[in-house]
Write a protein that binds this ligand. Structure first.
Ligand SMILES: Cc1cc2nc3c(=O)[nH]c(=O)nc-3n(C[C@H](O)[C@H](O)[C@H](O)COP(=O)(O)O)c2cc1C
Length: 168
């Protein structure tokens, strides 16, 4: 049976809250939670499906915990593994870099041969630019707890349904 993990920072507040909603929607017994701040290449080697959390920090950058792991990640062969990325961002506060980190992480995963799932339409977001957008579609699920917290639950439920269809 294929193995699924969700990786997020256990020390974050907003991302953790959203990750818990995803776990709930996915089914607690069907997914294993891993702390992004203690991520190792073994986690990537030993599992098949991945849901990765990356909020955007520092005006369009990855948070430190992902940044530190990127050199190890770049050397990995991720063929035959599926990855879905969700990311918290603030479309009013950072309209020029809205959820850029989703795009940064997906580009690296793609360069390792990973299959990216969980792309969504650009519906009901207002911003100027985002590295997470490609051909009008988001490369993962953007969530905005600052401005659109009320939409998060329904966005998560819809996305998890989509992931279940797209996962191996
Ligand atoms: C210093 C700082 C820089 C940020 N930069 C961005 C950004 O470039 N793009 C964006 O969409 N959100 C940005 N945000 C918003 C965060 O991504 C958002 O608050 C998110 O919910 C943080 O999640 P976390 O608390 O789980 O890390 C920034 C927030 C702070 C405080």
């Amino acid at each position: 049976m294929s193995k699924t993990v969700i990786v997020y920072s256990f020390n974050s507040i907003k991302s953790k809250k959203v990750a818990e909603k995803i776990i709930q929607a996915f089914g607690k017994d069907k997914i294993t939670a891993v702390n992004a701040e203690e991520i190792t290449t073994e986690v990537f080697k030993n599992n098949d499906n991945f849901i990765l959390s990356t909020p955007t920090w520092f005006d369009g950058e990855l948070p430190n915990y992902w940044d530190e792991f990127i050199p190890d990640l770049e050397d990995m062969d991720l063929k035959n593994k599926t990855f879905a990325v969700f990311g918290l961002g603030d479309q009013k506060g950072y309209p020029e870099n809205f959820c850029d980190a989703i795009g940064i992480l997906v580009e690296i995963l793609e360069s390792c041969g990973a299959t990216i799932i969980g792309k969504v339409n650009n519906d009901n977001y207002t911003f100027e630019s985002s590295r997470a957008l490609r051909d009008g579609k988001f490369l993962g699920l953007p969530l905005d707890q600052e401005n659109q917290a009320r939409l998060t639950q329904s966005r998560v439920e819809k996305w998890v349904k989509q992931l279940k269809k797209e996962m191996k």
